[in-house]
Design a protein around this ligand. Structure first.
Ligand code: TMP
Ligand code: ASP
Length: 235
C-alpha cells in the first residue's frame, strides 16, 4: 500500500500527497462541497468517498476504451493513486444539452439539445471565475501547450461518446461535463483531476431529476442522495 508523505497541495475538494515514488501521487477526496468558485461551501460527510468511487469507476471505463488518464488505482474510500502530471490551466467542457453558463452567456434554453456536442475551453482561475477562452488565449497565456489543444478536444469528444452511452444504459442523460488535462510522466497528454458528479451534469432520463452538483448549487435537494442514486445505477 503506497504511503502518503508530504502534502503537496490542497484544493477545494481534494488534497494531493507525494508518495515514496516520485512519479506517483495520492489524491485524498475531501467531504467539502463548494460552488461558485468557493463562495458557497459545506461539509457533507461521505461526499469524498462517493466522488472517489464514482471517479475511479469512470476512469476504469475510460481505460477499457484506451483513453489515457492519470488514474492508477483506488486505494481506500477517500484515496486514489495517480500518476504525477503537469496540469494545464485549462478546463475542457463538452455540452450535449444547454445548461449552466451557456444558458446565461448565449441565451440558450435549458435542456435544448445541441446539433452536435459543443466543446469549450475555460481558464482555470477562481479569482477570474474561470472565464471562457479561445485557442489564441491559450497560446498567448501559455495555459497549455499549443499541440495539446486538438488532443484535448478530440479526447473530450471521445469521452463524451463513451460516457453518454454508458449513462444512457443506466437511465441517465449526460448533459455536460468538465475535464482537465496534463502531461503524464511518459510525456503523453492525459486526463487528470476527477470525473465525478461535481464536474458533470446528469439528469434522470425519465423524470429529468438533476442528480449532480446543481442540487447543491441551487438548493434542489440533498446532494449526496443524488450522488448515491448515480453510484447505485452504475455499479
Ligand atoms: P458551466 O455550465 O458552469 O460552464 O459548467 C459546465 C460543466 O463543467 C458542468 O458540468 C459543471 C462543470 N464545472 C466544473 O467541473 N468546475 C467548474 O469550476 C465549473 C464552473 C463547471
Ligand atoms: N467548481 C467551482 C467551485 O467549486 C465552481 C462550481 O462548481 O460551481 O467553486
Amino acid at each position: 500500500m503506497p504511503k502518503k508523505l508530504k502534502k503537496l497541495y490542497e484544493g477545494k475538494a481534494k488534497i494531493v500527497y507525494e508518495t515514496e515514488e516520485p512519479d506517483k501521487l495520492i489524491l485524498h477526496f475531501k467531504d467539502t462541497a463548494t460552488a461558485f468558485d468557493g463562495v458557497k461551501k459545506a461539509e457533507l460527510k461521505g461526499k469524498g468517498a462517493l466522488n472517489n468511487t464514482i471517479s475511479s469507476l469512470i476512469f476504469e471505463i475510460l481505460h477499457e476504451h484506451g483513453i489515457k488518464t492519470h488514474f492508477i488505482e483506488k486505494l481506500s474510500d477517500n484515496e486514489m493513486l495517480v500518476w504525477r502530471a503537469e496540469r494545464f490551466l485549462v478546463e475542457t467542457v463538452v455540452r450535449n444539452f444547454a445548461a449552466g453558463s451557456v444558458v446565461k452567456r448565449l441565451g440558450f434554453k435549458e435542456g435544448e439539445k445541441f446539433k452536435k456536442p459543443l466543446v469549450e475551453f475555460f481558464y482555470k482561475n477562481d479569482e477570474l471565475h474561470d472565464p471562457l477562452v479561445c485557442e489564441p488565449h491559450i497560446e498567448l497565456m501559455n495555459l497549455a501547450p499549443i499541440e495539446a489543444i486538438p488532443v484535448m478536444r478530440e479526447t473530450a469528444l471521445k469521452v463524451n461518446e463513451i460516457l453518454s452511452k454508458f449513462f444512457k444504459e443506466h437511465g441517465m442523460v449526460l448533459v455536460d461535463f468538465k475535464l482537465e488535462f496534463g502531461k503524464l510522466p511518459d510525456g503523453s497528454v492525459g486526463i487528470v483531476d476527477e470525473i465525478s458528479p461535481d464536474s458533470m451534469r446528469l439528469w434522470d432520463a425519465n423524470t429529468g431529476e438533476k442528480l449532480d452538483k446543481d442540487r447543491f448549487r441551487f438548493d434542489l435537494g440533498d446532494l449526496l442522495e443524488g450522488y448515491r442514486k448515480i453510484l447505485k445505477r452504475i455499479s
